[in-house]
Design a binder for this molecule. Structure first.
Ligand SMILES: [Zn+2]
Length: 277
């Protein structure tokens, strides 16, 4: 599933082709892709609105419109967004279930093979996204807030990092990468981390996400940039998808275990298990 670096790359890639253009009409053939409002209101309300900005919050793409509405898109497992002239065909077109016609003669297409992706139209984004924790690359994500969020949480730190209410935008890939960078075992209890470990992890989360953005996301699955090209983040991973391969730091074989119902990658040498208490 696309995580913060992938969604950020998509938002950046859509900005130039979308900002300043007006949405003329909406088309869809998969009702459930429209989270809210319903299809009739969605189409009526969005038609005629001009695109002011394209941003991101957590794993949501936010397309701000001039009548005070925001078009929100969650890519989920297999969503792809791209802008193309109406007559131009694209390899991912067969999975397009929602499309927006622009006044430039182009279309914003939402292709989604697995059909888990969702679009929303809202005039109250803050309420819609109120459940999200701090944005990890913003000033809101302070070490103090991060540490206080861990108090009383006896679950595995990996599992806590995946909670969007705790910190927004991290998924399975960048959780594993951040924990490796901090030298913390993914099964370590969140409330058992030392102050030093918390500080290392706080920094490592930001470093792992920034590296992901710099390499324009990881195209290990379905994710592609809006221009159709692959991201390169996967070529720089320390642990994710590297089970059995030598650790880039110590040469030990990277392990893969099941944790929080997810495949979890770590180096047993660089990320030793917590001492039992
Ligand atoms: Zn190692």
């Amino acid at each position: 599933m696309p995580e913060l670096p992938e969604v950020e790359t998509v938002a950046r890639g859509l900005r130039a082709p979308l900002v300043g253009k007006r949405i003329k009409a909406m088309w869809h053939d998969w009702e459930r892709a429209l989270h809210s409002p319903g299809a009739a209101e969605f189409a009526a309300r969005i038609s005629g609105q001009k695109i002011r900005a394209v941003n991101r919050r957590g794993k949501y793409i936010l397309i701000a419109l001039d009548a005070g509405d925001t078009l929100l898109i969650h890519l989920k497992m297999s969503g792809r967004l791209y802008v193309a002239p109406a007559a131009e065909e694209h390899e991912a077109d067969r999975w397009v279930h929602v499309r927006f016609d622009l006044d430039s003669g182009e279309q914003l297409r939402f292709s989604d093979l697995r059909k888990f992706g969702r679009v929303y139209l809202s005039n109250d984004v803050a309420a819609l996204l109120a459940h999200l924790g701090p944005e990890p690359l913003s000033a809101d994500f302070t070490l103090a807030r991060f540490q206080s969020g861990m108090r009383g949480r006896s679950r595995a730190i990996k599992s806590l990092l995946l909670q969007q209410e705790f910190v927004a935008g991290i998924g399975n890939i960048y959780a594993d990468e951040a924990l490796f960078r901090a030298g913390i075992n993914p099964a370590a209890r969140a409330n058992g981390l030392s102050e030093e470990d918390c500080a290392l992890l706080h920094r490592a989360i930001q470093d792992a996400l920034r590296a992901g953005i710099a390499h324009e996301g990881a195209s290990i699955g379905w994710y592609r940039k809006p221009d159709g090209k692959r991201g390169n983040s996967q070529n720089y991973f320390y642990v994710y998808g590297r089970e059995g391969l030598p650790c880039r730091h110590c040469g030990s074989a990277i392990n893969k275990i099941r944790l929080a119902q997810r495949g979890t990658h770590f180096c047993p040498q660089c990320q030793p298990a917590q001492a039992a208490d």
